[in-house]
Design a protein around this ligand. Structure first.
Ligand code: SF4
Ligand code: SF4
Length: 395
């Protein structure tokens, strides 16, 4: 990973015009100039010149960022704030490494959460707590309501993919996002259902998490370890590395920046595989809207607009961050909830029945926002889950 010094020229390009301030979701909520990339670049400039030290306080400012990169899109010099802040965090962590591997902690928590969730679902505790805590003001109860949105399963589990087509001409190794894998596998079920009668053979491997939280926190050592393991599991002869999450796609495509890899051209989202098909709702017309994840690089809005039998209503700020962004939602809960609330208000205004997205963290962000507004009439779904449950695809 690069060091801060490697970005000296990029940081120098900042003219302090302030355009980044107008789009930064964290600034809009906090009105804290230190959350804006311009101010962070000022601090980093001070470190490069030797006037400031890279210390805990500076790191707190680096963490005050969702990594949405809205600032890069508006910056006249296209300065990649996300990449720079990641490099700064990695440089700091190299000097002050964690005593216990953050990935080990993450994995243990995920395993416990997965097991706990299965039991929670089995006992139908989500139904009970949903009724008790609906409309609550208490943060703890709001968190329970948010977990309940994960407990709901819409699709039946199919461990094996079967097909009526005997000849499989293409091979896709399926990279299931860890969240989809351990907590709610509706998305996995949807992918298997959609690919059932195609000529694509789906291969499963024991992949680790893509490493997005490690990458964004600058945990270089652990990130390289999981990326290396994932790369070693990808068969040479596969045609696709298939994902069901925008963030996983983004990170898999970025592996080549850190390790020797030739997988980038093979990384495709399930949406890429169906974008040219005719997709139609099987029942009555459905009113939908969508949230575009910050990491989504495919034209998933066009795919959604083309679903026959739906009325798509574009929400204001549909392509702006939902405020969740993994660790940020835990470390900056108040800011995260407020950003999600504003996002949900834009979604509610559309009057749509379903909010479609393509990332499990965004699903949480949107549900977090709906809970904050106290209006939980809308259903948030991953677009592949929606297609698998309510649509048919003409092959
Ligand atoms: S938009 Fe770009 S050039 Fe302008 S202040 Fe922000 S980072 Fe600097
Ligand atoms: S990446 Fe997003 S949250 Fe971070 S400084 Fe830029 S606009 Fe703000």
């Amino acid at each position: 990973m690069k060091n801060l010094d490697d970005f000296e020229e990029d940081i120098y390009k900042c003219s302090r015009c302030g355009l980044c301030q107008t789009v930064c979701p964290v600034y809009k909520v906090t009105l804290n100039e230190c959350s804006v990339s311009r101010s962070k670049f000022n601090m980093l400039n001070g470190i490069i010149k030797g006037d400031l030290a890279l210390n805990k306080k500076i790191m707190e400012y680096m963490e005050l960022c969702l990594g949405c990169n809205a600032c890069k899109e508006f910056c006249p010099s296209s300065i990649d704030a996300r990449e720079i802040f990641t490099a700064v965090k990695a440089e700091y962590k190299r000097k002050k490494p964690a005593l216990i591997s953050p990935y080990l902690i993450f994995k243990i928590l995920l395993l416990f959460a997965g097991a706990g969730f299965s039991l929670y679902r089995l006992l139908r505790l989500d139904k009970i707590t949903n009724q008790i805590f609906r409309g609550t003001d208490k943060l703890l109860f709001k968190r329970i309501l948010l977990f309940n949105t994960l407990a709901k399963k819409n699709l039946k589990e199919k461990k094996k993919i079967s097909s009526s087509k005997n000849t499989k001409t293409k091979k896709a190794v399926f990279f299931k996002g860890c969240f989809n894998k351990y907590i709610n596998n509706d998305s996995e079920c949807a992918v298997k259902k959609i690919l059932k009668n195609t000529d694509i053979e789906l291969i499963e491997k024991p992949f680790e998490c893509c490493g997005i939280s490690l990458l964004s926190s600058g945990e270089e050592k652990d990130f390289l370890k999981v990326a290396g393991k994932n790369l070693s599991l990808i068969p040479e002869d596969c045609d696709y590395v298939l994902t069901d999450c925008a963030s996983c796609s983004y990170v898999l495509k970025s592996y080549e920046k850190y390790l020797p890899s030739n997988i980038t051209p093979k990384v495709v989202s399930i949406l890429d595989l169906i974008k040219d098909k005719t997709i139609s709702v099987t029942g009555k017309n459905i009113k939908i809207t969508a949230h575009k994840p910050c990491h989504e690089d495919s034209d998933f809005i066009t795919l959604i607009k083309n679903i026959k039998g739906t009325d798509y209503i574009e929400a204001e700020n549909f392509d702006k961050c939902c405020g969740f962004s993994g660790k940020f939602a835990l470390t900056h809960q108040k800011i995260s909830r407020e950003i999600s609330k504003r996002k949900a208000q834009d979604m509610i205004k559309t009057g749509a029945e379903f909010i479609l997205t393509n990332c499990p963290a965004c699903k949480l962000g949107l549900n977090q926002g709906l809970i904050e507004t106290g209006n939980c009439e809308q259903t948030v779904m991953n677009v592949v889950e929606f297609i698998a449950q309510y649509c048919r695809i003409e092959q």
